[in-house]
Design a protein around this ligand. Structure first.
Ligand code: ADP
Ligand code: MG
Length: 407
């Protein structure tokens, strides 16, 4: 083990060679840094002759935030690797294989998924993924069930949750999702055309009350080991395979947060579609697929979670008739509220999504933000009284039907 330093390309090659039984001793390896560069380095090390490669991800001790440096614990690399290992054990075909790592160097070595597409980009490019809802619904149900008090011994769960105390990364979520968008915060980031909408968010007490309740759940409800940042930029896809990466925000939190993250990002793409679809028929087709996929994500999650509970539940009291239904209703309502918070923050908060910000046509870009905020506010305000995922689909369709009226 050596002390922490950000890897050079040569360091990454040397480390890759030390992984047992991967590259041949005499292999001539190439290396490139392929990360987005804000929080982590991502190296792809390859032996082109043998067509073998792996990924080394290394955490940096800071995040670049609006030109400044925001210190971040390197322990998040351990948390990310240990979460990936648990997720891979539970859903091997939905998570990259882990080949090794080092806590002090803050690195994880994993399967190279270069043949896959980051889902956010795939959606922007107009692709649809017919197995996605089943895959991600099953991923969330399985990883969350087996790390919860329903699916694992409660004392083991307490010890496990101690390994996933992740204060620095939780603070990012607490600030950027559950606080800044609702006040005139320095870290907010929005275009001037959206200022009137942002100011409405700052004054909306009904909205603030719901956000305070959701924030409380994020702060206090250690239901299961969450991925913690399950947006479409953390999901690799092909037409028939799905792989979840990047759980550095993993911690014990409320189950609805992960499902809400997926649904929020599908809704953001839904709001963005007029900027990406060439004609009305394509627009309708893609939007219909996105709404069906939102329903599918929830339904596959619910079906798998209930099935695991019935077959593998470890808690005798959780078998009490009626409890499972109340539990699922709570998760649905949390999911909808969290999805709303995640939509809103991508429009007025620090970090945005390419689905909306890279729309070329200015009117479409503006309209996408207005539609997203309309949907996001509705989700946050109505989440606590919702009883079915169909309501989310209705609200999104209703927001789309208003388009044009408020450009
Ligand atoms: P960050 O936490 O900095 O967002 P990610 O884990 O999302 O890092 O990785 C950043 C980028 O690096 C991804 O968008 C992807 O392009 C690439 N990448 C990460 N992991 C892999 C992998 N296992 N295989 C191929 N590319 C990867
Ligand atoms: Mg990422």
């Amino acid at each position: 083990m050596s002390s922490y330093h950000p890897f050079s390309l040569e360091d990454a090659i040397a480390y890759a060679k030390s992984i047992p039984d991967f590259f041949a001793a005499d292999a001539v390896l190439t290396c490139e840094e392929i990360g987005d560069g804000n929080l982590n380095l991502v190296f792809r090390v390859a032996d082109p002759q043998q067509n073998k490669s792996l990924i080394i991800k290394q955490a940096l001790p800071y995040a670049k935030v609006v030109g400044e440096s925001w210190p971040l614990s390197l322990d998040r690399a351990r948390i990310e690797r240990e979460a990936l290992e648990i997720q891979h054990r539970l859903c091997p075909e939905l998570v990259p294989a882990i080949y090794g790592g080092d806590n002090e160097l803050a690195i994880t070595v994993m399967e190279d998924l270069s043949g896959y597409t980051i889902m956010r980009q795939g959606l922007i490019d107009g692709h649809t993924y017919d197995h996605f809802a089943e895959h991600i619904g099953r991923f969330i149900a399985t990883t969350l069930f087996y790390t919860s008090d329903l699916g694992m011994n409660q004392q083991d769960k307490k010890l496990q949750s101690a390994r996933f105390i992740n204060p620095d990364l939780c603070k990012i979520t607490e600030d950027l999702i559950f606080e800044d968008p609702y006040r005139d915060a320095d870290n907010n980031n929005f275009t001037e055309d959206i200022r009137p909408e942002a100011e409405k968010l700052w004054q909306d007490n009904e909205l603030h009350l719901e956000v305070a309740l959701l924030r409380e759940k994020f702060l206090t409800r250690g239901e299961a080991l969450l991925h913690g940042d399950l947006h479409t930029g953390s999901i690799f896809v092909t037409s028939d395979s799905t792989k979840v990466i990047d759980p550095e925000f993993a911690y014990y939190g409320p189950i609805g947060f992960d499902i809400g993250a997926v649904i929020a990002n599908l809704l953001l793409n839904f709001a963005a579609q007029p900027g990406w679809s060439d004609n009305d028929a394509i627009l309708q087709e893609r939007r219909t697929w996105l709404l069906a996929t939102i329903g599918g994500v929830w339904n596959h999650f619910e079906h798998n979670f209930r099935k695991l509970w019935d077959a593998h539940g470890v808690d005798i009291m959780s078998k009490t008739p009626g409890y499972q239904d109340l539990y699922m209703e709570k998760v649905l309502q949390d999911t909808i509220g969290f999805a709303g918070c995640k939509v809103i923050r991508r429009i007025v908060g620090l970090s945005h999504v390419a689905d909306i910000d890279t729309i070329k046509n200015e009117l479409h870009r503006h309209q996408a933000k207005v539609t997203a905020l309309d949907i996001g506010k509705q989700l946050v305000k109505q989440g606590r009284s919702a009883s079915s995922i169909a309501e989310v689909i209705e609200w999104a369709a209703a927001a789309a039907a208003k388009e044009g009226a408020n450009v």
